[in-house]
Design a protein around this ligand. Structure first.
Ligand code: URA
Length: 220
């Protein structure tokens, strides 16, 4: 899929998801928080669930944790427009409680479809819920943060990079330091993952079409 097709497919999927009633969270939400950023992003962040402000504004990570995420991104020379940010749950759990297993099960097809459409080179999971869901393993974030791993999701191999959740790091300086150190490794991991993808593509299809010179990217 080229960039324009990818953006259109993602927009269609966001429209379908806006009326989702697969779990009870649909009854209490202001709106579905689909995700935001570039449909063509190489780097995708997966958080937990929308909070109060995200539910109000329809955009993930707009509160205090989002400000920290923006700052961490700035530290590696990126902005929110360079990446895609989504959550495990697309609707706010009441009182910001933890996601329930049945809510995660109902919502996971949305996340898997987003990954399929965006085809990120690196997926950074923020906190326990995203890490456990996408790694398919029970090991918690304290044990696995900073340990990149390859996982197979459907027909695709995805590079996962588990990180502490910014909300957890906000008020714990030792955790923030670790999150900053892990974050600083992202550019090198991205470069490596991009190199592997290029090598795999070259092996599969040695003839390339030139990229269009400029393509309008829709921001979600
Ligand atoms: N925390 C999350 O996990 N996601 C958000 O969108 C906001 C805070």
């Amino acid at each position: 899929m080229d960039v324009v097709e990818r953006a259109a497919a993602l927009r269609d999927y966001a429209e379908q998801t806006a009326s989702c009633t697969k779990c009870a969270l649909s009854q209490g939400r202001t709106q579905v928080v689909f995700g935001s950023g570039s449909p063509d992003a190489d780097l995708m962040f997966v958080g937990e669930a929308p909070g109060f402000h995200e539910d109000q504004q329809g955009v993930p990570f707009v509160g205090q944790a989002g400000k920290l995420l923006d700052k961490l991104l700035g530290g590696i020379g990126l902005t929110r427009a360079d990446v895609m940010v989504v959550n495990v749950l697309k609707c706010r759990p009441p009182g910001n409680r933890d996601p329930l297993p049945e809510e995660i099960a109902a919502c996971e097809p949305h996340l898997f479809r987003q990954i399929e459409l965006i085809e990120p080179k690196l997926v950074a999971t923020l906190g326990n819920f995203a890490t456990k869901l996408l790694s398919g393993r029970p090991a918690g974030i304290t044990r696995v943060h900073g340990q990149e791993q390859e996982v197979t999701l459907g027909a695709r191999t995805v590079h996962l990079f588990p990180l502490y959740h910014p909300a957890a790091a906000l008020y714990t300086p030792s955790m923030l330091k670790v999150l900053e150190e892990d974050f600083a490794r992202i550019p090198a991991l991205l470069e490596r993952a991009s190199g592997e993808t290029t090598a795999a593509l070259e092996a599969a299809a040695p003839v390339f079409e030139p990229e269009p010179e400029s393509v309008q990217l829709g921001l979600f």
